[in-house]
Design a protein around this ligand. Structure first.
Ligand code: G3H
Ligand code: 13P
Ligand code: NA
Ligand code: ZN
Length: 328
């Protein structure tokens, strides 16, 4: 059934696990997530970015997710709007039938200018007022995602701030977070702790100076009852990079967020862990391999099938690793 995200996050907090939130853009990704959830008996958060709505078309996205809900009646499914850039975008998602929305007021509606605290609080409150009346969950974000190595926002997928940022902007402040949660009454808070979107997060396996689990602990100590969200949480497995390279792809050396760090974060209040890049890498590696090994094949079903299997493998692993398995 389609459920509110609040309901799933409350359960996750009560039982001390995390839920991977996977981005969806097409049929095979939706199928992969549902098959993995069914196999592990896990609750599902499917999220669609503005880019996903543009790529698939609103109606296609809506009915793809609805098909997932109908095909797996025993699995709770959240349909979440990822990175809403304005109250209007969130309103559109709600009208389309989403059960949860993210108002990302850490950046202005252009998606690249860092917003003031007052602006962020104002737009987040507007969305809470509109959503809560309808039983819809709201995720907000405080702090800017970006690299503590380069002090730059993640421009890779167009979500990041422009220019050079300060450490204060790249790490959510616990006191400010407490004020933000209290004044906005949001349901889940996305925090900045050194992760960024896309495949190029870290130039080495991250240590505490560039990925601050310590900061998560401080925020959780100040806000023990707030559900925290980690964006940019793909692990960028080296074997997926290797497969893409082996079959002609050009992936530079890069590192993601190690699963052990995500597991540690889950012990300190992180309940929603956003993953898009790992599925992208898995599908691309599988398609490259299939086409390289079968140069005469041209039926899309034949290469989308291994791509779907590869995506499912990522989902299975995260459901188990985050402790969501068995909690559907
Ligand atoms: O927030 C970033 C997600 O990976 C979605 O990316 O905007 O390219 O769909 P996208
Ligand atoms: P990744 O790029 O690390 O998969 O992060 C996805 C995300 O945060 C979507 O909002
Ligand atoms: Na989100
Ligand atoms: Zn994100």
């Amino acid at each position: 059934a389609l459920v509110s995200m609040r309901q799933l996050l409350d359960h996750a907090a009560e039982h001390g696990y995390g839920i991977p939130a996977f981005n969806v853009n097409n049929l095979e990704q939706v199928q992969a997530i549902m098959e993995a959830a069914a196999q592990t008996d896990s609750p599902v958060i499917m999220q669609a970015s503005a880019g996903a709505r543009k790529y698939a078309g609103e109606g296609f996205l809506k009915y793809l997710i609805q098909a997932a809900v109908e095909s797996y009646p025993h699995i709770p499914v959240v349909m979440h709007q990822d990175h809403g850039q304005s109250p209007d975008v969130c309103r559109g998602a709600i009208e389309l039938g989403f059960s949860s929305v993210m108002m990302d007021g850490s950046l202005m509606a252009d998606g690249k200018t860092i917003a003031s605290y007052e602006y962020n609080l104002d737009v987040t409150r507007q969305v809470v007022a509109m959503a809560h009346k309808l039983g819809i969950t709201v995720e907000g974000e405080l702090g800017c995602l970006g690299s503590l190595e380069t002090m730059k926002g993640d421009k890779e997928d167009g979500h990041g701030a422009e220019g050079t940022m300060t450490r204060e902007q790249l790490l959510t402040d616990p006191e400010q977070a407490a004020d933000f949660v209290k004044q906005s009454q949001l349901d889940a808070l996305a925090i900045a702790v050194g992760t960024s979107h896309g495949a190029y997060k870290f130039t080495r396996k991250p240590t505490g100076d560039i990925l601050s689990v310590q900061r998560i602990k401080e925020i959780h100590a100040r806000l023990p009852n707030t559900h925290l969200v980690m964006h940019g949480s793909s692990s960028v497995p080296q074997e997926l990079l290797a497969e893409i390279r082996q079959f002609g792809g050009d992936m530079k050396e890069t590192y993601g967020v190690p699963v052990e760090e995500l597991q540690e974060a889950i012990k300190f209040g992180v309940r929603k862990v956003n993953i898009d890049t790992d599925i992208r890498l898995a599908m691309t590696g599988a398609i490259r391999r299939f086409l390289a090994e079968n140069p005469s094949k041209f039926d899309p079903r034949e290469y989308l099938k291994p791509a779907r299997e590869a995506a499912k493998k990522v989902c299975l692993a995260r459901y188990e690793q985050f402790g969501a398995a068995g909690h559907a």
